[in-house]
Write a protein that binds this ligand. Structure first.
Ligand SMILES: [Zn+2]
Ligand SMILES: [Zn+2]
Length: 68
């Protein structure tokens, strides 16, 4: 699979990741990592896990999520 965003620019770059939201293949240059904080329901309420997981998004979805 090639990077979807590079394909738009007529460049064929192998994809190294898949956007978590839209499923597009993205190269290293176009992939955006976003931390995802995990919550866990415990007896006393909601506990936040100490480490954030990783989400990989394309530039389009990152912009859409951050409202820009
Ligand atoms: Zn790309
Ligand atoms: Zn996307």
């Amino acid at each position: 699979m090639n990077c979807f965003d590079c394909q738009d620019l007529d460049i064929a770059t192998p994809a190294v990741a898949i956007c978590r939201v839209c499923g597009a293949g993205v190269c290293h240059r176009h992939a955006r990592t976003r931390p995802r904080v995990l919550h866990e329901l415990t007896g006393t309420g909601l506990a936040t896990k100490p480490r954030a997981a990783r989400r990989l998004l394309c530039g389009t979805c990152t912009a859409a999520e951050s409202g820009g």
